[in-house]
Unconditional design. Structure first.
Lengths: 122, 405
């Protein structure tokens, strides 16, 4: 049901954890759907230096979280804002249709974290 | 990789004795038992022998057994067949909120067609209040449908007592006995059941065969039209090989019932006490008294993590189990059984069912107890709910919108 890339990111998730002194934190999702994603950012000179995540959720939720951290690191915040849940799913060679709503929120979590960063640095 | 199968409530392998017994019915004994000629005659006796074997397991007369394609067909037949046959008597059905979808969705279908259905609540242990059941009976009640044992929690319902209530009020009583048969004694006479449904593949017969017990004299409108098979109660050419297999599986279940109960119960208890000892922050789903659960079933929630992720990690280690999480149920909500028991939504998402079989060994359980704690811990370390101070976001407007459509 899952692609090899999803299973790779699920079983060896990249960038799990929290960033101490993160300057942007975003959380999306809720427990009734079964997925909550939290993204921590370290931004310097408008460039995302580090991203970490914590996720409660299914295989797709964990894999998309891991993938979005890889995709975001090194990007400017404007570049990172172009990432969508769709592009994250595509980078994983697709997700099962049923997973597109609940478990594909990683880009939203990233955007929330960027929003939080902008608010802090406004 | 070692493969450990702990999902026997979903299905189980065909038993070797069963396979051996049924294969000739795909080869030289290929006839249609309804045919008059030598090929038909060659197999009709086999179908009748299987009927006797099924009847012996649940203590009824062979003439009261009708072969079907599966358990779901049986539940549809029992409920729709009763609703139609007794429509002049009433339009009220009593069932429970924890039934298999084959019962629940059939009742929901009937609700759209003028029937009233009472869905009895269960308590936090998943058990029924029989006073509620009795109080729900009206002069319009035509059927009580309560499962013998629950597929997710393994809870065993007091079928004999419900049978007494049904008898007292002269209401027909149907039980989905799919999970109970072969695991615990099922005696339809003693329990005063009018209709009981069993499935072949849950007891070591192939998929695609089931049976319903219809107490003599019970009027039931046919579900399948088109032929005179099964004394005009179920049309369709007999699945001869499947029926033969089901007969042998019932025979084996009858002979080994006590031995198998003791064996799987010991393994299940070992798994249960092992998990309780090794993993903090867990919740047993189902009745805390193991005597009131099927001997093979254990349902546990692991706080702060989600069930599908857990199952995928188990699968990577060769362990097959199942989950009540929304992600594995194919809907947007976790298991209706967990919901009916008022299990907190996060815990419902991680409810994990281990259903053992006689093929499992002590080593299997040792392996699971070795692999499970680090998997749970790893997912907890990854979860934003673990050691969380701020409140957990609980609801989702988007899900509600989707559900409404």
């Amino acid at each position: 049901m899952y692609t090899d890339k999803v299973m790779d990111h699920f079983s060896n998730p990249r960038n799990v954890g929290e960033i101490e002194n993160a300057n942007g934190v975003g959380e999306v999702g809720n427990a009734s759907c079964g997925d909550i994603m939290k993204i921590y950012l370290k931004v310097e000179d408008n460039v995302i230096q580090d991203v970490k995540f914590k996720t409660f959720g299914c295989g797709a939720a964990i894999a998309t979280s891991s993938m979005v951290t890889e995709m975001a690191i090194g990007k400017t915040i404007d570049e990172a804002l172009v990432l969508t849940n769709q592009t994250v799913a595509e980078a994983l060679d697709g997700l099962p249709p049923a997973k597109m709503h609940c478990s594909n929120l990683a880009a939203d979590a990233l955007h929330e974290a960027i929003k939080n960063y902008k608010e802090q640095n406004a | 990789m070692k493969k450990i199968y702990l999902d026997n409530n979903a299905t189980m392998p065909v038993k070797p004795e069963v396979l051996e017994a049924l294969l000739p019915f795909y080869r030289e004994q290929f006839g249609n038992p309804s045919s008059l000629h030598w090929a038909g005659r060659m197999v009709s006796g086999a179908v009748e022998k299987a009927r006797e074997q099924v009847a012996a397991l649940i203590n009824c007369s062979p003439a009261e057994i009708v072969f079907l394609s599966c358990g779901s067909e049986g539940d549809n037949f029992a409920i729709k067949g009763t609703a139609d046959a007794l429509k002049d008597k009433g339009n009220h059905i009593i069932t429970t909120s924890v039934e298999h979808p084959a019962v629940l969705e059939t009742c929901e279908f009937l609700e759209k067609n003028g029937y009233d259905v009472t869905y009895l609540k269960v308590d936090k242990d998943g058990m029924l209040n029989l006073a509620d059941l009795e109080a729900a009976i009206t002069d319009k009640t035509i059927l009580i449908s309560v499962m013998w044992a629950n597929n997710e929690t393994g809870n065993i319902y007091p079928i004999e007592e419900i049978g007494q209530i049904a008898k007292k009020h002269q209401v027909r009583f149907h039980t989905d006995a799919v999970q109970a048969v072969g695991k615990i004694p099922v005696d339809v006479q003693k329990a005063n059941v009018d209709l009981a449904v069993i499935s072949g593949h849950k007891i070591g017969a192939p998929k695609g065969v089931g049976a319903i017990y219809i107490r003599r004299g019970t009027r039931l409108t046919r579900l399948m039209h088109g032929g005179h098979q099964e004394r005009n109660r179920r049309a369709g050419t007999h699945n001869v090989a499947g029926i033969v297999g089901m007969g042998v599986a019932c025979e084996l279940a009858r002979q080994n019932l006590e031995k198998n109960y003791t064996y799987v119960r010991k393994l299940r208890d070992k798994l249960e006490s092992g998990i309780k000892e090794l993993v903090p922050e867990i919740k047993l789903n189902g009745h805390p008294n193991p005597d009131l659960r099927l001997p093979n079933t254990l349902n546990i929630s692991f706080a702060h993590i989600e069930g599908e992720a857990l199952l995928l990690h188990f699968d990577l280690k060769g362990i097959a189990a199942s989950s009540g999480s929304a992600c594995t149920s194919g809907s947007l909500e976790p298991s209706h059984v967990m919901g009916a028991m008022c299990v907190e939504v996060i815990l419902a998402h991680s409810s994990t069912r281990f259903s053992l079989g006689t093929d499992n060994t002590e080593e299997d359980i040792d392996f699971v107890l070795q692999e499970l704690p680090p998997i749970v811990q790893r997912l907890r370390e990854m979860s934003p709910l673990y050691n969380r101070d701020e409140p957990t976001p609980l609801s989702c407007d988007e899900c509600r919108i989707i559900r409404r459509i």
